[in-house]
Ligand binder design. Structure first.
Ligand code: C5P
Length: 285
């Protein structure tokens, strides 16, 4: 499964998985008045998952387990809590829920683990509370929570425009093998976008940032349709990579190690700091 969807239900408990992602291409424009950047990106879900177990409760509470769980805030700032509150508000639900997160995606790694928690929480609470929202309603709620949350609901492969939240599904064949170099310390997404602006001398545009000049990603799309890892490796691209390396110079090492190990392509995942290396086979990965 590579989207947040199939819920496993018992009477008062729902379990939903949602995938992390890698941006195969990420092109970033000048910031808009609200500070967000117009993007043109190609997302692909990867088989690294977040799991959310939602249990009926009187209040709204949260626990987390798994690698890096101690770094996850358990208060109202957590995206899963915000997702549950947003759904309750929208659907007029007064029930509570206990959310338990089983972290599989690196925390603050640029692979949208928090967004996957939010997407899985929307699906789980929708089932638990019997609110039965349409997919479009869940997607609209997802977009209010963060730019990457709609993709975590949709999964598979998609082109993202706008803030990355306007999605068009894309075709991808076969299987690609990745090795992810996870870092001990995360990078803040706003800080990386800020460093990107500083590198380019960009200021927020009062009139709203123009859409990013679209590269139609002909080579990338062809590589995906053909299931061709060599062509995909050559087409990987991330405009945020120089900014992330400026903030975290230590990233140049995993980037270089992956290239020396014969990766078909190496790219920073999202705003980093996870480095994604495309391998020839599971053994090579
Ligand atoms: O939407 P999300 O909460 O994931 O975004 C986190 C931050 O990343 C935003 O506050 C913004 O600073 C930056 N961002 C951006 N342009 C985007 C997506 C995110 O500048 N398209």
């Amino acid at each position: 499964m590579s989207s947040a969807g199939a819920a496993q239900v018992t009477t008062d408990r729902v379990r939903v998985r949602a995938p992390g992602k890698v941006n195969l291409s990420l092109r970033v424009g000048r910031p808009r008045a609200d500070g967000y950047h117009p993007l043109s990106t190609v997302f692909q879900a990867v088989s690294v998952y977040e799991e959310v177990v939602a249990t009926a409760a009187d209040d709204l509470t949260l626990t987390a387990q798994g690698p890096g769980a101690e770094q996850v805030p358990l208060d109202d700032t957590n995206l899963a809590v915000r997702a549950a509150r947003a759904l309750a508000r929208y659907a007029g639900v007064e029930d509570g829920v206990h959310l338990h997160l089983v972290k599989g995606v690196p925390v603050a790694g640029g692979m949208a683990g928090g967004s996957a928690d939010a997407a899985a929480t929307l699906v789980a609470c929708d089932e638990l509370w019997g609110t039965g929202l349409a997919r479009e309603e869940l997607t609209s709620l997802a977009a209010t929570l963060g730019a990457d949350v709609p993709f975590a609901l949709l999964g598979h492969t998609a082109v993202g425009t706008g803030r990355g939240d306007l999605l068009t599904p894309a075709m991808s064949r076969g299987e690609f093998c990745w090795a992810f170099a996870v870092q001990d310390e995360g990078l803040s997404t706003p800080a990386v976008f800020g460093a990107f602006d500083a590198l380019h001398g960009y200021q927020p545009q009062p009139s709203g940032g123009a859409p990013v000049e679209r590269d139609d990603e002909v080579d990338l799309m062809h590589a995906l349709r053909a299931g061709d890892p060599v062509a995909l490796g050559a087409a990987l691209h991330n405009d945020l990579e120089p900014a992330a390396v400026t903030l975290a110079p230590r990233l140049s090492r995993p980037l270089a190690v992956a290239r020396e190990a014969g990766a078909l392509g190496v790219v920073l995942s999202g705003s980093g700091p996870t480095v994604a290396a495309l391998a020839r086979s599971p053994q090579h990965a």
